[in-house]
Design a protein around this ligand. Structure first.
Ligand SMILES: [Zn+2]
Length: 427
């Protein structure tokens, strides 16, 4: 068997043999047998196990890797299109050395096991460069690690290609025409909001504009922009970078993510002084972003005068075209989805039967479902008055706001995704 190329020339060992993970899976062999292998030194080194996990994750295009110590084992799962799949369960004895390898790569404190830590490292797999974002949290039986895989030098998609409905796209394009203000792309983790915010910047780029970004880490290269990457030693943060950027008088500022009050306040300040500021933020719906920003400590009059709009999005799996067939949804599933559909319309419910192309899942690829608020004058008043989210929702609906459920239901009715996928993503 040919040896794989070294994965990380700076940090990794030169060559490591491939590890047959299935043969050391505690769910395939008795724990005693594995423990015996481990004690007699016949278990592959943790370094080569970790390498094998990275090889496999990058090969199938995983978006995240989870190392979870649970009940006498270290379970490793890979995230793919929003679904976690178990890769292997290792004997618990290797947990510490695996965590230690991950910490070494991300230059984190080896001896800190009681506090959450965050770090990142890079590497090359399958001929592609990756950034790995590592997060560690202490759990009952050790530490749990999650790694986000970010492929470098990804092509930036066009906004039109991401799957936004026509009405959502028109609203977003409308927002992007404003010369100043704060536009937020929000959603849960892994919802494609970063992809969207870059597509948005790409859509408004012209040679006359000064565009500066600040990211942690830089995920997409923009040939026309100046990109600031936060240093891994945290010697400066988003807010520090932003204050410096403001002195350089940009037209458009892209902030990777608003994670804390300080960044939120400086972002609002930047929008208030006449810049167009785009950023991403974690959220569970579009309207809820307003009270969350207020809770971060941004004054209502700042929010009211700077917010241009909020995009909330999630990703939903598309039915595999190779094995798509008509389907009759269960009554309880229909009851969930029908309130979001136009009455009397003709609906085609489909599902994927599962075939070789889609690995038996019935799905291939994902598309965006979204809801978009553009902040009207009346909406600004509501923000100023600290109005409830119910009042804000009513005002948004009066201005044609459509909830993400309507968008998703329309995609079900078009046969693009299934009722059960709707329920999995939106409940
Ligand atoms: Zn299929």
């Amino acid at each position: 068997m040919p040896l794989p190329p070294p994965i990380n020339p700076q940090q990794g060992p030169p060559t490591l043999p491939r590890v047959p993970l299935e043969q050391i899976d505690v769910q395939n062999l008795s724990k005693e047998k594995i423990r015996e292998l481990y004690r007699s030194g016949k278990l592959p080194t943790s370094e080569s196990i970790v390498e094998e996990v990275f090889q496999r994750a990058t090969k199938i295009g995983s978006t995240d890797i989870h190392f979870e110590p649970i009940e006498g084992e270290l379970r490793i799962r890979l995230g793919h299109e929003g679904i976690l799949k178990r890769l292997v369960s290792l004997p618990a004895d290797v947990t510490e050395s695996v965590m230690s390898i991950l910490k070494t790569r991300a230059t984190l404190n080896q001896f800190e096991k009681k506090k959450p830590q965050e770090g990142r490292f890079s590497g090359t797999y399958q001929g592609e460069s990756y950034d790995f974002r590592l997060s560690l949290i202490p759990v009952l039986s050790g530490e749990r690690a999650e790694i986000r895989l970010l492929r470098k030098d990804k092509n930036i998609a066009r906004l039109e290609e991401l799957g936004f409905s026509r009405s959502a796209l028109e609203r977003i394009q409308g927002l992007l025409r404003s010369p100043k203000g704060l536009i937020l792309f929000t959603g849960p983790g892994g919802s494609g909001k970063t992809t969207s915010v870059f597509a948005a910047v790409n859509a408004i780029e012209t040679p006359e504009k000064c565009i500066i970004t600040v990211e942690d880490p830089v995920e997409y290269r923009l040939p026309y922009a100046s990109q600031v990457q936060l240093p891994s030693d945290r010697s400066f943060n988003f807010a520090d970078a932003l204050r410096a950027i403001l002195r350089q008088n940009p037209n458009v500022i892209l902030i990777g993510e608003i994670r804390d009050a300080e960044t939120g306040v400086v972002a609002a300040e930047a929008a208030l002084t006449g810049n167009l500021v785009l950023s991403t933020m974690l959220s569970t719906d579009a309207i809820g972003v307003i009270p969350r920003l207020a809770n971060l400590g941004i004054q209502p009059f700042w929010l009211a005068s700077t917010m241009a709009g909020v995009v909330y999005q999630q990703l939903i799996r598309k039915i595999c075209p190779e094995c798509k067939q008509e389907a009759k949804p269960k009554d309880e599933e229909l009851a969930i989805i029908m309130p979001s559909l136009q009455p009397g319309g003709e609906h085609f419910f489909c599902e994927g039967k599962g075939c070789q192309t889609c690995g038996g899942t019935g799905y291939q690829g994902r598309t965006v479902i979204s809801e978009v608020i553009s902040i009207s004058m009346q909406f600004r008043d509501l923000i100023l008055q600290n109005a409830s989210t119910i009042e804000m929702r009513t005002e948004a609906t009066n201005c044609g706001f459509q909830s993400i459920r309507v968008d998703a239901a329309e995609k079900v009715a078009m046969g693009l995704t299934s009722v059960s996928e709707f329920v999995r993503v939106l409940g």
